[in-house]
Design a protein around this ligand. Structure first.
Ligand code: 6PG
Length: 252
């Protein structure tokens, strides 16, 4: 698998964004199943942008067509709060998606936030990911994930990889703790590193709303930011709605 250049699509609005994102997820899942894969892995994003996508996937045609029992669910990052805390990325995905479709509980791999620290949670999650993958080294020809969903913060962070933080340089670890995110909510985070996020058949960035237009302008100018450093062993796709896209972009 070679490292692809990012591909950007601009859509009309947040609903069209969710629709196209769901089609991408479904296409990757079906490609893997049709290729003989029997166990799939999707890495979910936090934040507010994926809310419509998660809701949409509980309705037809996805509800009926997705091989729910074969898909394992992971998170790209988490806030170090209990799993029932409203700030929890896990809680959001469970409430909107995983509680509403037939997913076996053993397929849900939440980041263990009951750990004493973000570092301990990161080590435990890394162990779980390595165990699921069945090796300690990521093979570019055998991606860990089928789809990795990501968002972008107004400062250009993605997952919990924040500008200027040492975690951006991490090449050995799959998961690391982040003590001070410097952004709300001000709680320690746990995040997958770039190499772990990159181990995917498709990395899908979702960006929506006027509040993201400025950072999208910087991203398209290839400014050095966490979101522009992200790479994927498979395809790298940016889905952006018109409000978030700089003016001159055409709508797909
Ligand atoms: C988190 C996220 C984070 C998020 C961006 C975009 O835990 O906050 O994983 O990386 O995706 O901050 O968030 P919005 O979708 O809310 O704009």
């Amino acid at each position: 698998m070679s490292r692809a250049q990012p591909h950007l699509t601009v859509v009309a609005d947040a609903n069209a964004l969710a629709q196209l994102a769901a089609e991408h997820v479904m296409a990757q899942v079906m490609a893997h199943v049709n290729g003989g894969g029997d166990r799939l892995a999707i890495c979910l994003a936090g934040g507010s942008t994926p809310v419509r996508l998660y809701e949409l996937m509980t309705s037809e045609p996805y509800r009926n067509a997705m091989p729910w029992r074969r898909i394992h669910w992971f998170w790209g990052d988490e806030r170090l709060v209990p799993h029932d805390d409203p700030r929890s990325n896990f809680a959001m995905a469970r409430r909107l998606l995983l509680d509403r479709v037939p997913v076996p509980p053993s397929n849900i791999h939440a980041i263990p936030t009951s750990s004493a620290s973000a570092d301990e949670a990161a080590r435990r999650y890394e162990t779980e990911l390595r165990h699921f993958y069945g090796a300690d080294q990521l093979d570019p020809h055998r991606p860990l994930f089928d789809v990795v969903l990501l968002g972008v913060g107004p400062d250009g962070h993605t997952a919990s990889l924040f500008p200027g933080h040492a975690e951006l340089e991490q090449t050995r670890r799959w998961v690391v703790g982040v003590g001070e995110p410097g952004l709300e909510p001000f709680v320690p985070r746990v995040t997958l590193t770039f190499p772990a996020l990159a181990s995917t058949r498709e990395m899908l960035f979702l960006v929506s709303g006027h509040g993201k237009r400025e950072i999208m302008t910087r991203i398209l100018a290839k400014t050095d930011l966490p979101a522009t450093r992200a790479y994927a062993e498979g395809s790298l796709v940016w889905l952006v709605d018109r409000d978030a896209a700089p003016e001159q972009r055409d709508v797909a």
